[in-house]
Design a protein around this ligand. Structure first.
Ligand code: AMP
Length: 509
Protein backbone atom coordinates (compact mmCIF):
# COMPACT_ATOMS: atom_id res chain seq x y z
CA UNK A 1 0.00 0.00 0.00
CA UNK A 2 2.68 2.44 0.98
CA UNK A 3 6.39 2.78 1.24
CA UNK A 4 8.24 2.39 4.46
CA UNK A 5 8.44 5.51 6.53
CA UNK A 6 11.35 6.22 8.80
CA UNK A 7 10.21 4.54 12.03
CA UNK A 8 9.51 1.00 13.16
CA UNK A 9 6.79 -1.24 11.73
CA UNK A 10 4.42 -3.19 13.96
CA UNK A 11 1.61 -5.68 13.50
CA UNK A 12 -1.69 -4.88 15.23
CA UNK A 13 -4.54 -7.27 15.89
CA UNK A 14 -7.40 -4.79 16.28
CA UNK A 15 -9.61 -7.25 18.09
CA UNK A 16 -13.25 -7.05 19.02
CA UNK A 17 -12.67 -7.38 22.73
CA UNK A 18 -8.89 -7.16 23.02
CA UNK A 19 -6.15 -5.74 20.84
CA UNK A 20 -2.60 -6.95 20.68
CA UNK A 21 0.52 -5.72 18.88
CA UNK A 22 3.80 -7.35 17.92
CA UNK A 23 7.13 -6.22 16.55
CA UNK A 24 10.13 -7.96 15.06
CA UNK A 25 12.83 -7.67 17.67
CA UNK A 26 16.28 -7.70 16.16
CA UNK A 27 18.13 -8.35 19.38
CA UNK A 28 16.28 -11.63 19.80
CA UNK A 29 15.64 -12.31 16.15
CA UNK A 30 11.98 -13.03 16.75
CA UNK A 31 8.60 -11.40 17.23
CA UNK A 32 7.94 -9.88 20.60
CA UNK A 33 4.41 -9.20 21.72
CA UNK A 34 4.30 -5.66 23.08
CA UNK A 35 3.21 -5.23 26.69
CA UNK A 36 0.98 -2.26 27.53
CA UNK A 37 1.67 0.16 30.36
CA UNK A 38 0.21 -2.33 32.87
CA UNK A 39 2.55 -5.02 31.51
CA UNK A 40 -0.27 -6.98 29.83
CA UNK A 41 0.20 -8.37 26.35
CA UNK A 42 -3.42 -7.84 25.41
CA UNK A 43 -5.21 -4.53 25.85
CA UNK A 44 -8.99 -4.27 26.16
CA UNK A 45 -10.43 -2.52 23.10
CA UNK A 46 -12.23 -0.09 25.40
CA UNK A 47 -12.52 3.61 24.91
CA UNK A 48 -13.51 5.44 28.05
CA UNK A 49 -14.81 8.99 28.08
CA UNK A 50 -15.71 9.31 31.68
CA UNK A 51 -16.73 6.98 34.46
CA UNK A 52 -20.20 6.48 33.17
CA UNK A 53 -19.46 6.07 29.50
CA UNK A 54 -17.36 3.30 28.20
CA UNK A 55 -17.39 2.24 24.61
CA UNK A 56 -16.46 -1.30 23.86
CA UNK A 57 -14.37 -2.18 20.84
CA UNK A 58 -16.83 -4.93 19.99
CA UNK A 59 -19.53 -2.35 19.37
CA UNK A 60 -17.20 -0.13 17.37
CA UNK A 61 -16.07 -3.09 15.26
CA UNK A 62 -19.71 -3.82 14.46
CA UNK A 63 -20.21 -0.21 13.39
CA UNK A 64 -17.09 0.48 11.38
CA UNK A 65 -17.71 0.71 7.65
CA UNK A 66 -21.47 0.18 8.09
CA UNK A 67 -24.39 2.35 7.10
CA UNK A 68 -26.67 3.79 9.77
CA UNK A 69 -29.64 2.22 7.98
CA UNK A 70 -28.14 -1.31 7.97
CA UNK A 71 -30.68 -3.57 9.69
CA UNK A 72 -27.85 -5.03 11.78
CA UNK A 73 -26.79 -1.57 13.00
CA UNK A 74 -30.41 -0.73 13.82
CA UNK A 75 -30.71 -3.98 15.78
CA UNK A 76 -27.35 -3.68 17.58
CA UNK A 77 -28.01 -0.05 18.54
CA UNK A 78 -30.89 -1.07 20.78
CA UNK A 79 -28.56 -2.89 23.17
CA UNK A 80 -25.80 -0.26 23.27
CA UNK A 81 -25.44 2.10 26.21
CA UNK A 82 -24.51 5.02 23.92
CA UNK A 83 -26.43 6.95 21.30
CA UNK A 84 -25.84 6.48 17.57
CA UNK A 85 -27.11 9.04 15.08
CA UNK A 86 -27.02 9.24 11.31
CA UNK A 87 -24.18 11.33 9.93
CA UNK A 88 -23.43 12.47 6.38
CA UNK A 89 -23.63 9.77 3.70
CA UNK A 90 -25.56 7.46 6.08
CA UNK A 91 -22.52 7.09 8.31
CA UNK A 92 -23.34 6.05 11.89
CA UNK A 93 -22.01 8.57 14.41
CA UNK A 94 -21.49 7.77 18.08
CA UNK A 95 -22.57 10.47 20.51
CA UNK A 96 -20.97 10.57 23.96
CA UNK A 97 -20.86 12.98 26.88
CA UNK A 98 -17.38 14.11 27.79
CA UNK A 99 -16.63 16.75 30.44
CA UNK A 100 -20.25 17.85 30.29
CA UNK A 101 -20.09 18.32 26.54
CA UNK A 102 -21.66 16.25 23.81
CA UNK A 103 -19.06 14.83 21.45
CA UNK A 104 -19.59 13.04 18.17
CA UNK A 105 -17.26 10.43 16.75
CA UNK A 106 -17.19 8.39 13.58
CA UNK A 107 -16.46 4.68 14.26
CA UNK A 108 -13.04 4.97 12.60
CA UNK A 109 -12.11 7.81 14.96
CA UNK A 110 -12.89 5.52 17.88
CA UNK A 111 -10.91 2.62 16.43
CA UNK A 112 -8.09 5.10 15.85
CA UNK A 113 -8.00 5.76 19.60
CA UNK A 114 -7.37 2.05 20.24
CA UNK A 115 -4.73 1.95 17.50
CA UNK A 116 -3.04 5.04 18.93
CA UNK A 117 -2.89 3.37 22.33
CA UNK A 118 -1.19 0.35 20.73
CA UNK A 119 1.22 2.60 18.79
CA UNK A 120 2.23 4.47 21.95
CA UNK A 121 2.76 1.25 23.93
CA UNK A 122 4.95 -0.04 21.10
CA UNK A 123 7.00 3.18 21.04
CA UNK A 124 7.55 2.91 24.76
CA UNK A 125 8.61 -0.73 24.41
CA UNK A 126 10.88 -0.38 21.36
CA UNK A 127 12.22 3.02 22.27
CA UNK A 128 11.77 4.42 18.76
CA UNK A 129 8.96 6.03 16.85
CA UNK A 130 6.47 3.66 15.24
CA UNK A 131 5.36 4.88 11.83
CA UNK A 132 4.15 1.82 9.97
CA UNK A 133 1.71 -0.96 10.70
CA UNK A 134 0.00 -4.01 9.36
CA UNK A 135 -3.52 -4.13 10.79
CA UNK A 136 -5.67 -7.24 10.87
CA UNK A 137 -9.34 -7.44 9.92
CA UNK A 138 -11.84 -10.32 9.96
CA UNK A 139 -11.59 -12.23 6.68
CA UNK A 140 -15.24 -11.54 6.11
CA UNK A 141 -14.99 -7.74 6.37
CA UNK A 142 -16.44 -6.12 3.30
CA UNK A 143 -14.80 -3.38 1.30
CA UNK A 144 -16.28 -0.49 3.29
CA UNK A 145 -15.24 -2.02 6.59
CA UNK A 146 -11.70 -2.45 5.27
CA UNK A 147 -11.49 1.12 3.98
CA UNK A 148 -12.77 2.45 7.31
CA UNK A 149 -10.22 0.36 9.23
CA UNK A 150 -7.45 1.70 7.01
CA UNK A 151 -8.73 5.20 7.67
CA UNK A 152 -8.61 4.49 11.43
CA UNK A 153 -4.92 3.64 11.03
CA UNK A 154 -4.28 6.90 9.20
CA UNK A 155 -6.12 8.91 11.89
CA UNK A 156 -3.92 7.18 14.50
CA UNK A 157 -0.87 8.50 12.64
CA UNK A 158 0.11 5.20 11.10
CA UNK A 159 1.21 4.44 7.59
CA UNK A 160 -0.86 1.32 6.93
CA UNK A 161 1.43 -1.06 5.06
CA UNK A 162 -1.29 -3.65 4.62
CA UNK A 163 -4.59 -4.87 5.95
CA UNK A 164 -4.47 -8.61 6.42
CA UNK A 165 -7.17 -11.13 7.23
CA UNK A 166 -7.00 -12.36 10.83
CA UNK A 167 -6.90 -16.10 10.01
CA UNK A 168 -4.21 -15.45 7.41
CA UNK A 169 -2.12 -13.72 10.06
CA UNK A 170 -2.70 -16.69 12.37
CA UNK A 171 -1.58 -19.00 9.56
CA UNK A 172 1.61 -16.97 9.03
CA UNK A 173 2.33 -17.26 12.74
CA UNK A 174 1.65 -20.97 12.66
CA UNK A 175 3.70 -21.48 9.51
CA UNK A 176 6.70 -19.49 10.69
CA UNK A 177 6.55 -21.16 14.09
CA UNK A 178 6.65 -24.65 12.63
CA UNK A 179 8.63 -24.37 9.41
CA UNK A 180 11.83 -25.32 11.18
CA UNK A 181 10.30 -28.45 12.76
CA UNK A 182 11.89 -31.69 11.58
CA UNK A 183 8.54 -33.23 10.72
CA UNK A 184 7.44 -30.24 8.70
CA UNK A 185 7.01 -31.46 5.18
CA UNK A 186 7.75 -29.15 2.29
CA UNK A 187 4.15 -28.11 1.75
CA UNK A 188 1.06 -28.30 3.88
CA UNK A 189 -2.60 -27.51 3.45
CA UNK A 190 -3.73 -25.79 6.61
CA UNK A 191 -7.29 -24.95 7.61
CA UNK A 192 -7.57 -22.18 10.21
CA UNK A 193 -10.82 -22.34 12.17
CA UNK A 194 -11.35 -19.11 14.10
CA UNK A 195 -14.50 -18.96 16.22
CA UNK A 196 -14.48 -15.85 18.39
CA UNK A 197 -17.00 -13.80 20.34
CA UNK A 198 -18.96 -12.33 17.45
CA UNK A 199 -17.45 -13.64 14.26
CA UNK A 200 -16.50 -16.90 12.64
CA UNK A 201 -13.71 -17.10 10.07
CA UNK A 202 -12.35 -20.05 8.16
CA UNK A 203 -9.31 -19.93 5.93
CA UNK A 204 -7.84 -22.61 3.80
CA UNK A 205 -4.18 -22.05 3.01
CA UNK A 206 -1.28 -23.76 1.37
CA UNK A 207 1.88 -23.10 3.35
CA UNK A 208 5.24 -23.88 1.76
CA UNK A 209 8.36 -24.03 3.88
CA UNK A 210 10.09 -21.53 1.62
CA UNK A 211 7.76 -18.96 3.15
CA UNK A 212 5.01 -18.86 0.61
CA UNK A 213 1.47 -18.70 1.94
CA UNK A 214 -1.26 -19.11 -0.58
CA UNK A 215 -4.80 -18.51 0.64
CA UNK A 216 -7.02 -20.91 -1.27
CA UNK A 217 -10.37 -19.84 0.14
CA UNK A 218 -11.95 -18.00 3.02
CA UNK A 219 -15.39 -18.31 4.49
CA UNK A 220 -17.28 -17.37 7.58
CA UNK A 221 -20.09 -15.45 9.15
CA UNK A 222 -19.70 -11.97 10.61
CA UNK A 223 -22.50 -12.66 13.07
CA UNK A 224 -21.76 -16.09 14.46
CA UNK A 225 -19.83 -16.68 17.66
CA UNK A 226 -19.79 -16.86 21.42
CA UNK A 227 -22.38 -14.09 21.75
CA UNK A 228 -24.94 -16.32 20.02
CA UNK A 229 -24.22 -19.21 22.37
CA UNK A 230 -24.64 -16.86 25.34
CA UNK A 231 -27.99 -15.71 23.99
CA UNK A 232 -29.37 -19.24 23.58
CA UNK A 233 -28.56 -19.80 27.25
CA UNK A 234 -30.16 -16.47 28.17
CA UNK A 235 -33.34 -17.41 26.29
CA UNK A 236 -33.35 -20.79 27.97
CA UNK A 237 -33.11 -19.12 31.39
CA UNK A 238 -35.83 -16.59 30.54
CA UNK A 239 -38.20 -19.51 29.84
CA UNK A 240 -37.14 -21.24 33.02
CA UNK A 241 -37.70 -18.07 35.06
CA UNK A 242 -41.16 -17.74 33.59
CA UNK A 243 -41.97 -21.39 34.35
CA UNK A 244 -40.74 -21.13 37.94
CA UNK A 245 -41.92 -17.64 38.85
CA UNK A 246 -44.57 -16.74 36.26
CA UNK A 247 -42.69 -13.56 35.43
CA UNK A 248 -41.50 -12.53 31.97
CA UNK A 249 -38.13 -10.80 32.12
CA UNK A 250 -37.61 -10.61 28.36
CA UNK A 251 -38.50 -6.90 28.29
CA UNK A 252 -36.11 -5.89 31.06
CA UNK A 253 -32.70 -4.99 29.58
CA UNK A 254 -30.98 -4.76 32.97
CA UNK A 255 -32.09 -8.23 34.05
CA UNK A 256 -31.14 -9.64 30.65
CA UNK A 257 -27.68 -8.03 30.78
CA UNK A 258 -27.00 -9.52 34.24
CA UNK A 259 -28.27 -12.89 33.12
CA UNK A 260 -26.03 -12.78 30.08
CA UNK A 261 -22.93 -12.28 32.21
CA UNK A 262 -23.85 -15.34 34.29
CA UNK A 263 -24.63 -17.38 31.15
CA UNK A 264 -21.31 -16.47 29.53
CA UNK A 265 -19.48 -17.71 32.60
CA UNK A 266 -21.52 -20.93 32.69
CA UNK A 267 -20.74 -21.46 29.01
CA UNK A 268 -17.01 -21.19 29.69
CA UNK A 269 -17.32 -23.51 32.70
CA UNK A 270 -19.01 -26.08 30.48
CA UNK A 271 -15.83 -26.32 28.40
CA UNK A 272 -14.15 -28.01 31.38
CA UNK A 273 -17.04 -29.48 33.40
CA UNK A 274 -20.24 -31.26 32.39
CA UNK A 275 -22.55 -29.35 34.73
CA UNK A 276 -22.53 -25.61 35.46
CA UNK A 277 -24.55 -23.28 37.69
CA UNK A 278 -26.20 -20.05 36.62
CA UNK A 279 -26.99 -17.85 39.60
CA UNK A 280 -28.12 -14.22 39.74
CA UNK A 281 -29.26 -12.57 42.96
CA UNK A 282 -32.29 -10.31 42.78
CA UNK A 283 -32.62 -10.85 39.05
CA UNK A 284 -36.14 -9.42 38.77
CA UNK A 285 -38.60 -7.98 41.28
CA UNK A 286 -36.31 -9.16 44.09
CA UNK A 287 -36.41 -12.78 42.95
CA UNK A 288 -33.11 -14.68 42.93
CA UNK A 289 -32.48 -16.95 39.99
CA UNK A 290 -30.57 -20.18 40.18
CA UNK A 291 -30.38 -23.11 37.81
CA UNK A 292 -28.02 -25.76 36.57
CA UNK A 293 -27.22 -26.49 32.97
CA UNK A 294 -25.58 -29.61 31.60
CA UNK A 295 -23.06 -29.67 28.81
CA UNK A 296 -25.43 -31.92 26.85
CA UNK A 297 -28.23 -29.34 27.14
CA UNK A 298 -25.87 -26.53 26.11
CA UNK A 299 -24.85 -28.56 23.06
CA UNK A 300 -28.45 -29.29 22.19
CA UNK A 301 -29.45 -25.63 22.45
CA UNK A 302 -26.61 -24.59 20.14
CA UNK A 303 -26.56 -27.56 17.77
CA UNK A 304 -27.87 -25.38 14.91
CA UNK A 305 -24.99 -22.93 15.31
CA UNK A 306 -22.39 -25.68 15.58
CA UNK A 307 -23.70 -27.39 12.46
CA UNK A 308 -23.57 -24.04 10.67
CA UNK A 309 -19.85 -23.85 11.49
CA UNK A 310 -19.25 -27.23 9.86
CA UNK A 311 -21.35 -26.22 6.83
CA UNK A 312 -19.16 -23.16 6.41
CA UNK A 313 -16.04 -25.35 6.58
CA UNK A 314 -17.53 -27.57 3.85
CA UNK A 315 -18.26 -24.51 1.69
CA UNK A 316 -14.71 -23.22 2.18
CA UNK A 317 -13.24 -26.59 1.14
CA UNK A 318 -15.50 -26.62 -1.92
CA UNK A 319 -14.44 -23.07 -2.82
CA UNK A 320 -10.79 -24.04 -2.39
CA UNK A 321 -11.42 -27.20 -4.48
CA UNK A 322 -9.90 -29.31 -1.74
CA UNK A 323 -10.96 -32.63 -0.34
CA UNK A 324 -11.17 -33.23 3.43
CA UNK A 325 -8.36 -35.78 3.10
CA UNK A 326 -6.05 -33.22 1.55
CA UNK A 327 -6.08 -31.00 4.65
CA UNK A 328 -2.86 -31.73 6.55
CA UNK A 329 -3.48 -29.57 9.55
CA UNK A 330 -6.46 -27.97 11.28
CA UNK A 331 -5.50 -25.01 13.44
CA UNK A 332 -8.13 -23.80 15.90
CA UNK A 333 -8.11 -20.27 17.30
CA UNK A 334 -10.66 -17.98 18.96
CA UNK A 335 -12.16 -18.31 22.43
CA UNK A 336 -15.25 -20.21 21.30
CA UNK A 337 -13.23 -22.96 19.65
CA UNK A 338 -12.49 -24.16 23.18
CA UNK A 339 -16.02 -25.59 23.29
CA UNK A 340 -15.54 -29.39 23.39
CA UNK A 341 -18.46 -30.11 21.06
CA UNK A 342 -17.02 -27.76 18.43
CA UNK A 343 -13.67 -29.54 18.66
CA UNK A 344 -15.30 -32.98 18.50
CA UNK A 345 -17.33 -32.05 15.43
CA UNK A 346 -14.20 -30.78 13.72
CA UNK A 347 -12.16 -33.85 14.64
CA UNK A 348 -14.92 -36.11 13.31
CA UNK A 349 -15.30 -34.09 10.15
CA UNK A 350 -11.57 -34.31 9.48
CA UNK A 351 -11.49 -38.08 10.07
CA UNK A 352 -10.35 -37.93 13.68
CA UNK A 353 -7.50 -35.58 12.95
CA UNK A 354 -5.74 -34.10 15.97
CA UNK A 355 -6.41 -30.36 16.02
CA UNK A 356 -3.53 -27.91 16.43
CA UNK A 357 -4.36 -25.89 19.50
CA UNK A 358 -0.86 -24.91 20.47
CA UNK A 359 -1.05 -21.39 19.15
CA UNK A 360 -1.57 -18.68 21.67
CA UNK A 361 -4.84 -17.46 20.24
CA UNK A 362 -4.56 -14.08 21.91
CA UNK A 363 -1.21 -13.41 20.34
CA UNK A 364 -1.09 -15.45 17.13
CA UNK A 365 -2.82 -12.87 14.96
CA UNK A 366 -0.58 -10.01 16.11
CA UNK A 367 2.45 -12.31 15.75
CA UNK A 368 1.59 -13.03 12.11
CA UNK A 369 0.86 -9.36 11.42
CA UNK A 370 4.23 -8.40 12.93
CA UNK A 371 6.04 -10.82 10.62
CA UNK A 372 4.28 -9.35 7.60
CA UNK A 373 4.97 -5.81 8.84
CA UNK A 374 8.66 -6.62 9.02
CA UNK A 375 8.59 -8.12 5.56
CA UNK A 376 6.68 -5.21 4.00
CA UNK A 377 8.77 -2.59 5.72
CA UNK A 378 11.49 -3.70 3.36
CA UNK A 379 14.18 -4.49 5.84
CA UNK A 380 16.55 -6.79 4.06
CA UNK A 381 18.79 -7.73 6.94
CA UNK A 382 16.45 -10.21 8.39
CA UNK A 383 17.00 -13.79 7.24
CA UNK A 384 14.33 -15.32 9.40
CA UNK A 385 11.61 -13.18 7.98
CA UNK A 386 12.94 -12.76 4.50
CA UNK A 387 12.58 -16.33 3.45
CA UNK A 388 10.50 -14.70 0.76
CA UNK A 389 7.31 -14.56 2.71
CA UNK A 390 4.98 -14.51 -0.24
CA UNK A 391 1.39 -13.92 0.63
CA UNK A 392 -1.38 -14.58 -1.80
CA UNK A 393 -4.72 -13.64 -0.31
CA UNK A 394 -8.23 -13.87 -1.70
CA UNK A 395 -11.36 -11.70 -1.63
CA UNK A 396 -14.04 -12.97 0.76
CA UNK A 397 -17.13 -11.84 -1.15
CA UNK A 398 -17.99 -11.62 -4.83
CA UNK A 399 -17.96 -8.21 -6.49
CA UNK A 400 -20.15 -7.17 -9.37
CA UNK A 401 -22.60 -4.68 -10.80
CA UNK A 402 -26.38 -4.54 -11.01
CA UNK A 403 -27.86 -5.32 -14.43
CA UNK A 404 -31.40 -5.31 -15.78
CA UNK A 405 -33.72 -8.18 -15.03
CA UNK A 406 -35.50 -9.18 -18.23
CA UNK A 407 -38.39 -10.63 -16.20
CA UNK A 408 -39.41 -7.56 -14.22
CA UNK A 409 -37.51 -4.74 -15.92
CA UNK A 410 -35.79 -3.81 -12.66
CA UNK A 411 -32.08 -3.38 -12.35
CA UNK A 412 -31.73 -6.02 -9.65
CA UNK A 413 -29.61 -8.86 -11.05
CA UNK A 414 -26.09 -9.27 -9.66
CA UNK A 415 -23.62 -9.71 -12.50
CA UNK A 416 -20.44 -10.94 -10.83
CA UNK A 417 -17.23 -9.40 -12.18
CA UNK A 418 -14.84 -10.94 -9.63
CA UNK A 419 -16.05 -14.11 -7.87
CA UNK A 420 -15.35 -14.64 -4.17
CA UNK A 421 -12.09 -16.35 -3.29
CA UNK A 422 -10.29 -14.90 -6.30
CA UNK A 423 -6.62 -14.32 -5.56
CA UNK A 424 -5.60 -10.68 -5.08
CA UNK A 425 -4.28 -8.36 -6.36
CA UNK A 426 -6.29 -8.77 -9.51
CA UNK A 427 -7.91 -6.84 -12.32
CA UNK A 428 -10.88 -8.03 -14.40
CA UNK A 429 -12.53 -6.34 -17.38
CA UNK A 430 -16.04 -7.06 -18.62
CA UNK A 431 -18.10 -5.63 -21.45
CA UNK A 432 -21.61 -4.31 -20.76
CA UNK A 433 -24.15 -2.48 -22.89
CA UNK A 434 -26.09 0.61 -21.90
CA UNK A 435 -29.88 0.77 -22.10
CA UNK A 436 -31.12 1.61 -25.62
CA UNK A 437 -31.44 5.34 -26.34
CA UNK A 438 -30.06 6.43 -22.95
CA UNK A 439 -27.02 8.70 -23.00
CA UNK A 440 -26.30 8.14 -19.35
CA UNK A 441 -25.50 4.94 -17.49
CA UNK A 442 -25.31 4.37 -13.76
CA UNK A 443 -22.91 1.74 -12.45
CA UNK A 444 -24.05 0.23 -9.13
CA UNK A 445 -21.23 -1.73 -7.50
CA UNK A 446 -22.29 -4.52 -5.17
CA UNK A 447 -20.57 -7.04 -2.93
CA UNK A 448 -22.19 -10.35 -1.95
CA UNK A 449 -23.33 -13.76 -3.04
CA UNK A 450 -27.01 -13.28 -3.82
CA UNK A 451 -28.28 -13.29 -7.41
CA UNK A 452 -30.52 -10.39 -6.38
CA UNK A 453 -28.58 -7.23 -5.54
CA UNK A 454 -31.16 -6.28 -2.92
CA UNK A 455 -29.62 -8.92 -0.66
CA UNK A 456 -26.06 -7.72 -1.28
CA UNK A 457 -24.11 -4.71 -0.05
CA UNK A 458 -24.21 -1.60 -2.23
CA UNK A 459 -20.65 -0.27 -2.23
CA UNK A 460 -20.98 2.73 -4.53
CA UNK A 461 -22.80 4.13 -7.51
CA UNK A 462 -21.41 6.34 -10.21
CA UNK A 463 -22.61 7.53 -13.58
CA UNK A 464 -21.07 7.95 -16.98
CA UNK A 465 -22.69 10.78 -18.96
CA UNK A 466 -22.74 11.90 -22.61
CA UNK A 467 -22.62 8.44 -24.11
CA UNK A 468 -22.30 8.35 -27.90
CA UNK A 469 -24.88 5.83 -28.96
CA UNK A 470 -24.16 3.27 -31.69
CA UNK A 471 -26.56 2.84 -34.61
CA UNK A 472 -28.42 0.14 -32.67
CA UNK A 473 -29.11 2.70 -29.93
CA UNK A 474 -26.85 1.59 -27.13
CA UNK A 475 -23.25 2.00 -26.13
CA UNK A 476 -20.56 -0.59 -25.39
CA UNK A 477 -18.88 -0.11 -22.03
CA UNK A 478 -15.80 -1.75 -20.64
CA UNK A 479 -16.04 -2.03 -16.87
CA UNK A 480 -12.82 -2.80 -15.02
CA UNK A 481 -12.57 -3.95 -11.40
CA UNK A 482 -9.08 -3.78 -9.84
CA UNK A 483 -8.36 -4.93 -6.30
CA UNK A 484 -5.12 -4.18 -4.53
CA UNK A 485 -3.34 -6.40 -2.02
CA UNK A 486 -5.45 -4.94 0.81
CA UNK A 487 -8.67 -6.00 -0.85
CA UNK A 488 -9.57 -2.41 -1.72
CA UNK A 489 -11.40 -1.99 -4.97
CA UNK A 490 -11.18 0.47 -7.81
CA UNK A 491 -13.85 0.46 -10.51
CA UNK A 492 -13.73 2.18 -13.87
CA UNK A 493 -16.16 2.32 -16.78
CA UNK A 494 -15.15 3.35 -20.26
CA UNK A 495 -17.19 3.80 -23.39
CA UNK A 496 -15.15 1.75 -25.84
CA UNK A 497 -16.01 3.81 -28.94
CA UNK A 498 -15.00 7.21 -27.48
CA UNK A 499 -12.71 6.55 -24.50
CA UNK A 500 -15.16 8.50 -22.30
CA UNK A 501 -14.12 7.16 -18.87
CA UNK A 502 -14.88 7.45 -15.20
CA UNK A 503 -13.06 5.77 -12.37
CA UNK A 504 -13.72 5.56 -8.63
CA UNK A 505 -11.98 4.05 -5.68
CA UNK A 506 -14.47 2.38 -3.44
CA UNK A 507 -13.60 4.24 -0.32
CA UNK A 508 -15.82 4.75 2.66
CA UNK A 509 -18.83 6.80 1.70
P1 AMP B 1 -12.14 -14.11 21.15
O1 AMP B 1 -12.89 -13.06 20.36
O2 AMP B 1 -11.36 -15.05 20.32
O3 AMP B 1 -11.38 -13.56 22.32
O4 AMP B 1 -13.30 -15.03 21.82
C1 AMP B 1 -14.14 -14.54 22.79
C2 AMP B 1 -15.29 -15.51 22.93
O5 AMP B 1 -14.82 -16.78 23.37
C3 AMP B 1 -16.31 -15.05 23.97
O6 AMP B 1 -17.63 -15.26 23.46
C4 AMP B 1 -16.04 -15.98 25.14
O7 AMP B 1 -17.22 -16.19 25.89
C5 AMP B 1 -15.61 -17.26 24.43
N1 AMP B 1 -14.80 -18.13 25.27
C6 AMP B 1 -13.65 -17.85 25.89
N2 AMP B 1 -13.20 -18.91 26.57
C7 AMP B 1 -14.11 -19.91 26.39
C8 AMP B 1 -14.22 -21.26 26.84
N3 AMP B 1 -13.32 -21.80 27.65
N4 AMP B 1 -15.29 -21.97 26.43
C9 AMP B 1 -16.24 -21.43 25.63
N5 AMP B 1 -16.18 -20.17 25.16
C10 AMP B 1 -15.14 -19.42 25.54
Amino acid sequence: MSHRSKGAAIGIDLGTTYSCAGVWFYKKNRVEIIPNEQGNKITPSFISFNDSELLVGEDVKRLIGSRFTDPQVQKDMKSWPFKVIEGPSEKPIVVVEFNGEEKKYAPEELSAMVLKKMKEAAEEFIGTEVTDAVITVPAYFNNMQREATKEAGVIAGLNVLRLINEPTAAAIAHGVDHMEDKDWVKEKNVLVFDLGGGTFDVSLLRVVNTGSIDVKAVGGDTHLGGEDFDMTLVNHCVKEFEKKHSEDISGNPRALARLKVACEKAKRDLSSTTLASIEVDCLYKGIDFSTKISRAKFEELNSGFFEKCVDIVVKCLNDGKMDVKEVDEVVVVGGSSRIPKVQRMLEDFFNRKVLSKDMNGDEAVAFGAAILAEKLSGNDNNDSVNRDLMLLDVIPLSLGIAVDNACNGEKDIMCVVIPRNTCIPTSVKKIFYSVVNKTKVRIDVFQGESMNVKNNILLRQFSLHNLTLCPNGNSELEVCFSIDANGILQVSAEETSTGNRKSITIAKT
